[in-house]
Write a protein that binds this ligand. Sequence first.
Ligand code: ZN
Length: 426
Amino acid sequence: MTQGTLVKRQFGHRARLALSPAGVRAADDQAHSARTMWNLLHAWWQMMPKEKRTLANADAAIRQARQDIDFLAALPAQAAQAVLKTYVQAWKNCWEGRADAPNFKGRLRTVMSVDIPQGRDLNMTRVHRRWGMVNIPKVGRVRFRWTKDLPVGKHANAENRVTGARLIKDVLGWHIAFRVQTLQVKPKLHQGPDVGIDVGVTVPVALSDGKTFEHGEWLTGEEKARLLHLERRAAQRNQQRRPGERTSRRLHHTYDQIAGLRAKAKRRALDWQHKTTTAVARTYGTVVVEALTITNMVKSAKGTVEAPGKNVAQKSGLNRSISQEAWGRTVTMLAYKTARLGGTLVKVPAPNTSRRCSACGFTTPGNRESQAVFVCKNPDCGWSGNADHNAARNILHLYRTGLALVPAAGRAVVRRAKRVKPATAR
Ligand SMILES: [Zn+2]
């Protein structure tokens, strides 16, 4: 067998940690300290005159804070440095138009997390087929579920190693997300056919060759009823609260149960997305998707007085935000999965894909007969078919006529257009 070219691959791997109650408390303390550190840093940054906002000054301020405030010492020095690095990166993202300006992090709204920037601090070993041990600074040795072959021990070298990790807490408890770097054989060019994909209104994912990927409800009827019941109970308890009274233990418990059910729905959705995108990346060589811009996504579904929006109910509210978010994630997954299997993901600018006839190319705003069926208004054509397939075929057509916008090989590069203030605000 000949050795192919080796390419570097970086990926994350998440595993559940088996922390003792004391370990959970220690990790919680670290996360709260990290958040406080961020808030102090943000306050310091805003207070400083511009010319004094340097990395060296910020570093000095952090060291001073760790000496002055007792509970900040719970945070390992490396993690404190990571907070500074993330903070500075947040400003860079803002200046380059990818994100809003960094802000204070609230206790209840922030995901609890701690960075472990140095891979060598982790000192990982495999102790069982299903278990590994990892060193967590200021917590100690902790067991984690071993579900993936990680470059650890004698398998680790300069190119294949765990470069760092991050502790993250969700409703299931503390997890560790490893940053892994490996060298892998470059995949052969995928010989599969081209395909266009549309995020459907009637089906979640429609392909240009007529295939669809569908899913049921993420929660069963029983679970939905329970969620509704819990939400009502939380609302009632919240109403009975006197102003200034702290949230009761029971209300906190209800909130946790609600979060648990929502997280369950999200896990099921993620699982479906992974299976779907893997199937697509395995079957097709070139995958073409619509390049969604943030402005499109933020744009009100209601439209304006002059041009009222269509399908307002379908597009607005939670449903829409979830489906848009899910679509963004689908594209991200497709980008790395196609790259790993030798395929390509292409994004095309796609206005009018739902209004253009894929058989004759005729476009009128009135082409769309209903949500599900597309009927061509061109008297010489009269083609009709599933509306989502029609859109997917249009997307593929745009790619074939050379309208490719971003060949998103490897990592998906998410770029956000610089915000332009509306004329009235300027
Ligand atoms: Zn037509």
